[in-house]
Ligand binder design. Structure first.
Ligand code: GMT
Length: 376
């Protein structure tokens, strides 16, 4: 059975947009017709592919508007595309404003159009605390035909915070194993001025406060005192200047490489020995999964969905939030015990290729679409 699916997400760099785009690409490969309805071409939608269409949401800049009405323009575009292309499903990623716009579109088109909303994290764990949005997020969830979230923890947090009894299904993040796999990229060590014998620790994020990148630097300070190592910082965002200052102040600039946003992340992961993600909010941690798929063990904080991705002692370690000494102790252990590192790397790969395999997760979404369509 193939469907006509409209997908809406934030098209810029960010986990929810990445997952939505990769899902759309995979669905198109499976023979479904996929229509991206977004404010610009999604970041990962970089090549022409059969069954994929893009519809840009344009917002009128009329001078009376103090705030351009994006949510309304999106709803209107969703309804237009749904009618013209005879869509079966609108699958929106990130509750606000997408679930509300989809609800409006459904009201305009009719009940045969089904709405699937996927919650990604901060749409609940940050925006769900905002009194001006909380009730609207709850409304969007309750008016969706089916709601999914990217971890069991996010399902629980949503029910607790919004006091909603709407059933929410967990559908984990996935990676494309044709992109994320271990490969020989040792040439990069020369380019990055890293010696063959040095261990490489990597952090990838959007450098927002919730990622606690200064904790990564604090942990690395302790690690490099014991293990000859280098820290790769990949990504860009508001905390980057603070992190640069901290690295300089600690006198470890020669051991830290600031790489900014990168396209060749899988190559950089493949030369890495350990990944750190010490966030204070993280519904899943797609970047951990990307590392796992390249055979890299990870240390993550004991928050959100991270413990559903890192099995403590198997493909990495879980550490209490903010305890950088504990992070450093775990890191030193895995970086100095070759056997342990090898077994964690093997388990990481195995888990990425089973529990979070693209084929498995895409099938879960296809089953959800079938269920949504069968709802009266
Ligand atoms: O992590 C971010 O800041 C980006 C954010 C987003 O909304 O794009 O990522 C969220 O969705 C990802 C995909 O489902 C998850 O893997 C991330 O854990 C989640 N981020 C947070 O919960 C902070």
């Amino acid at each position: 059975m193939s469907y006509r699916i409209g997908i809406t997400c934030y098209p810029t760099v960010g986990g929810s947009g990445v997952v939505a785009t990769e899902l759309g690409k995979a669905l198109a490969e499976n023979g479904h017709e996929v229509h991206f309805i977004t404010s610009s071409v999604p970041y990962r939608l970089n090549e022409c592919q059969a069954n994929i269409f893009f519809h840009e949401v344009e917002v009128n800049q009329y001078s009376v508007f103090r705030y351009p009405p994006y949510d309304i323009a999106l709803a209107s575009k969703m309804a237009e595309i749904a009618k013209r292309e005879k869509l079966d499903i609108l699958h929106v990623h990130y509750a606000i404003p997408h679930a509300i716009s989809a609800y409006l579109a459904k009201e305009m088109v009719g009940d045969h159009l089904k709405v699937v909303t996927t919650l990604h994290g901060t749409d609940i764990t940050v925006l769900g605390y905002d009194p001006s949005l909380k009730d609207m997020i709850k409304f969007g969830i309750e008016k969706s035909d089916i709601v999914t979230a990217v971890s069991n923890d996010l399902v629980q947090q949503t029910s607790l915070l919004l006091q909603t009894s709407k059933p929410i299904e967990t559908v984990y993040n996935f990676v494309d194993h044709r992109v994320y796999f271990p490969r020989d990229a040792t040439y990069l060590k020369g380019q990055l001025n890293i010696e063959e014998s040095q261990k490489i620790i990597v952090h990838v994020s959007n450098f927002r406060k919730v990622k606690r990148v200064p904790d990564v630097v604090d942990a690395f300070l302790k690690i490099q005192e014991e293990v000859d190592s280098v820290l790769l910082l990949i990504g860009d965002g508001p905390d980057l200047p603070v992190v640069r200052e901290k690295v300089d102040a600690l006198g470890i600039s020669d051991r830290v490489r600031f790489l900014g946003n990168q396209k060749r992340v899988a190559d950089l992961l493949s030369i890495s020995d350990l990944k750190l993600l010490l966030s204070e909010k993280e519904s899943f941690g797609l970047v951990i999964l990307e590392a796992m798929a390249c055979g890299v063990p990870a240390i993550g904080s004991k928050i959100g969905g991270i413990p559903e991705v890192i099995e403590h002692g198997k493909n990495g370690f879980i550490s209490s939030l903010g305890n950088t000494q504990e992070v450093a102790d775990f890191a030193i252990r895995v970086l100095t015990d070759e056997e342990l590192h090898e077994s964690m790397s093997t388990f990481a790969l195995k888990r990425a290729n089973s529990d979070f395999h693209k084929g498995k997760i895409v099938k879960q979404y296809e089953d959800i679409y079938a269920k949504a369509i069968s709802l009266i």
